[in-house]
Design a protein around this ligand. Structure first.
Ligand SMILES: NC(=O)c1ccc[n+]([C@@H]2O[C@H](COP(=O)([O-])OP(=O)(O)OC[C@H]3O[C@@H](n4cnc5c(N)ncnc54)[C@H](OP(=O)(O)O)[C@@H]3O)[C@@H](O)[C@H]2O)c1
Length: 250
């Protein structure tokens, strides 16, 4: 028999929910009864939204704009009925490409692109986590930062700014784990390899041939691990970076 409780749903704030890994994450958490507040540059999709979420569960924000991000933090606080946030998943990311989808190396990346990538992929996560620390602490919540295999090795398609931002996010995860741990908030990262989403570049099939599991990962395979990191199963995991890549790193 399923126990019926009057507990309000647990609440997750998820950035970059409109596609790919984020979309699969909404699905996973919603089906487990969580309320998911999403953030992306797009407006709430209205009737196209496949879950029981309303516009009150979506915040339109450009995480590439520091002022907009700080304003969003205030708006998010207003949406938390008991001032509790059980999970923050920093998933939004950008991976700019050169002409015809070419890799942007250190010699081809201009200052504006560096700053945009660092703001969205690296600084927005700490702005959100720091801004919401009271709410995370009250719920004894969990933070998950989405890094990348490109943060630890040169990747044939991911650019230099993207890779550097993800390496920085991995280091930030370590620092946050040390600072947030005493408050009862766990901070971990997941580092996906090649996951079947729009962010992948043409030519990924050549990489797949070298992955021990010989296939791409699916967004749901990533979402499942994010779920574990936000729930009781991982209650003593803090400061970890979990590789989800079919053995691509070996
Ligand atoms: N797919 C892979 O193989 C792979 C591998 C390693 C790491 N990752 C990481 O996994 C995460 C998700 O990747 P994905 O493949 O699912 O990406 P995706 O399909 O390109 O989706 C990216 C998400 O981020 C949001 N976003 C982008 N810029 C934003 C901004 N300035 N402000 C607010 N939201 C913004 C997008 O929404 P809007 O466009 O509506 O703003 C979208 O929901 C990223 O951090 C990525 O680096 C992916």
């Amino acid at each position: 028999m399923v126990a019926v409780t009057n507990q309000p749903p647990r609440i997750m704030l998820l950035t970059g929910a409109s596609r790919g890994i984020g979309h699969a994450t909404v699905k996973r958490f919603s089906s487990a009864g969580w309320r998911v507040i999403t953030c992306s540059r797009q407006a709430f999709p209205g009737e196209q939204c496949p879950w029981a979420a309303g516009p009150e569960d979506h915040i339109q924000v450009d995480l590439g704009d520091p002022d907009d991000t700080l304003a969003a933090v205030e708006e998010i606080k207003n949406r938390l009925p008991n001032g509790e946030l059980h999970a923050l998943v920093n998933n939004a990311g950008i991976s700019p490409k050169g002409p015809n989808g070419s890799r942007l190396g250190t010699l081809d990346t201009d200052h504006t692109t560096w700053m945009q990538v660092l703001q969205v992929n690296f600084l927005a996560p700490i702005m959100l986590a720091r801004g919401l620390i009271t709410e995370l602490t009250k719920a004894q919540g969990s933070v998950v930062n989405v890094t990348s295999i490109a943060g630890s090795r040169v990747h044939p398609f991911a650019g230099a700014a993207y890779a550097t931002s993800k390496a920085a996010l991995a280091a930030l995860t370590r620092e946050m784990a040390a600072d947030f741990g005493p408050l009862g908030v766990r901070v971990n990262a997941i580092a996906p390899g090649e996951i079947d989403t729009a962010i992948l570049s043409p030519g990924t099939d050549k990489i797949v041939a070298q992955i021990p599991m010989r296939r791409l990962g699916t967004p749901d395979e990533v979402a499942k691990i994010i779920y574990v990191l936000c729930t009781e199963t991982s209650s003593y995991l803090n400061g970890a970076e979990i590789l989800i890549n079919g053995g691509q790193h070996v």
